[in-house]
Ligand binder design. Sequence first.
Ligand code: DX5
Ligand code: ZN
Length: 216
Amino acid sequence: MKVAPSIIAAKFTDFQNEIRHVETAGADLLHLDVMDGVFVPNITFGPMVVDAINELTQLELDAHLMITKPEKYLKQFIDAGLDWVSFHTEATDKTAHCIKYIQDRRVKAGLAINPGTKFETVKEHLEKLDYLLIMTVNPGFYGQKFMSEVLPKIEEAKKWIIEHRLDCLIEVDGGINEVNAKEVCNAGADIVVAGAGIFKAADYARAIEVLRCSKV
Ligand code: DX5
Ligand code: ZN
């Protein structure tokens, strides 16, 4: 699996070194959690900070927009230098439009779904998507407990993708650590996001290597 450290759990007073640190520790992508205080009960950062982060790293930037009406802000975020961007299907009624806009800008488009949202509701978009982001916590905060009841949804999505020979990757996000990473991988994840599981570990390189775990 690819591993995407989420900088929401990094030491904010030492962003530059934290980013450099995960880069040399073997991260594949840098996950940026954008929260607006409306779609989720927390606020993080916007396009200006993404732009600054883009200057600090060679890593591909993977923004996870937890904002209402993402269609209003996609341009600003993509202009800031993203390689991947996901938005929540629960946050907009313009899902197809957003996917098309992102891909027309030559950025990978992902659709994120909350633990309570059924796979059923996003099936119609899968053929177009570059990735599906399946949340294993209710979005808003890092360091929450992994919801293992979401595992069957990852399996269901993987089965559908294989059966329909689609190119859509599965990214899984929320509470992933060295204890549950193997289950997430076996369920069908291609990319795992980890905040606390990496930035609160003593050895970032080891944490990333363990999370990368291959199928058993
Ligand atoms: C949750 C975010 C996640 C999360 C990752 O709202 O989307 O990316 O904070 O952090 P951990 O791995 O600590 O749950
Ligand atoms: Zn996230």
